[in-house]
Design a protein around this ligand. Sequence first.
Ligand code: ADP
Length: 449
Amino acid sequence: SIEQYDVIVIGSGGAGLAAAINAHDLGAKVVIVERMPTLGGNTIKASVGMNAAETRYQEEKGIHDSKVCFYEETLKGGKYKNDPALLQQFVEKAPDAITWLAQQGITLSDITITGGMSIDRTHRPADRSAVGAFLISGLVKNLNQRHIEVLLDTKAEQIEYHQGKVTGLRVVDEYGESRILQTKAIIVATGGFSANTKMVEHYRPELAGFVTTNHKGATGSGITLLQALGAATVDMAEIQIHPTVEQHSAYLISESIRGGGAILVSQAGDRFCNEMETRDKVSAKIIGLPEHSAWIVFDEQVRSQNKAADEYLAKGFVIQGEGINDLALQIAMDPAALTRTLTTFNQAVRQQHDPQFGRTTALRHPLEQGPFYAIKIAPGVHHTMGGVAITTRAQVLDTQHEPLNGIWAAGEVVGGIHGANRIGGNAVADIIIFGLLAGEQAATWVKTA
Ligand code: ADP
């Protein structure tokens, strides 16, 4: 039987699912092709939330924010390397993406903050749980309600593109059988390449030996597929290491712990940076310590307000002490040094002024309520900012800056939006915003093609 579709979406992370649902709702016959045996990609691991400025949830909470400020801070965090037009589109469409999710029953009404931002604009589930699993389960529910077809264990191998036209997609199934699915339009939403050690080392030799927080499917195969058609890439060497990764499991410790008021402490018992700086800066500070690792330290109040903390406790990542001394002894730290560090930090919180490191955000409350907690962390490869070049309407560009007819891309496979450093909470925003856009563009184009 001939398998014929209007739009094929490659990848079932947040970008692919949003694209598929939107294209379907605009009348297209859609199929999702996913190489892994499960849906959700690396998105399912996303922890902290989704950034957006000027949303109704911020308004309800009396948070005064502006798109201009969101734009400026993302640009500064990205070291002014971000593509201005893509960033403009991103910031502009972010509140609509929050609204679209809410309309699908995926409400992100609680708000926190991440490194590099000055205002609470990271939207997350009302129960403050991790955003990724919540998002994927909500999107999959919507997928099922619409009976959108999904091919699992099916890898996209080659886009059939002849004389400037897409004719199909060559896929290989779990038994190694190859076949062609017919289509006129393809959306590539295959994610980044953090789990492709060779590719990471090719662009950044000094990252050899770093653990990665990513799932196995993050191999960058979408970039290769598109390069075969002449697609351009941008910023390939911009690879983000996340500062707080538990090293035995390569599990990411969410920025929401620091956003909830935690601090970073060296083995010597000292704070060593503004914990709310961008990921690149905090990572560099940790790598610069004699042990190349550090401790996230927090108290009972931070724990009780953060669901992720309980998850880390359950996973056995957390060392716990009734008092500060007790905690220090368990992690072979000088108790006097840790006590002094907490006293100084608590004073900074009370004054809302941190003369030592200039932390201005997430000075939530003094860390003084036992039990006290510590998690040992070090940096790990987390996100690839680079990827294929697209237009502001998510169409893939070739090396001559000409759009490839019938081909869109969205999510981490795309480069340019985040510049040299992605801000926490901006990846989830990116995948929903550009996933929706790619879905809309492909479905609309198919009607006229
Ligand atoms: P994003 O955050 O951009 O949505 P994710 O990493 O969450 O990206 O999801 C990308 C998905 O694409 C993953 O589930 C991955 O397994 C899948 N994928 C990657 N390459 C291919 C391929 N060649 N064929 C099919 N699926 C792929």
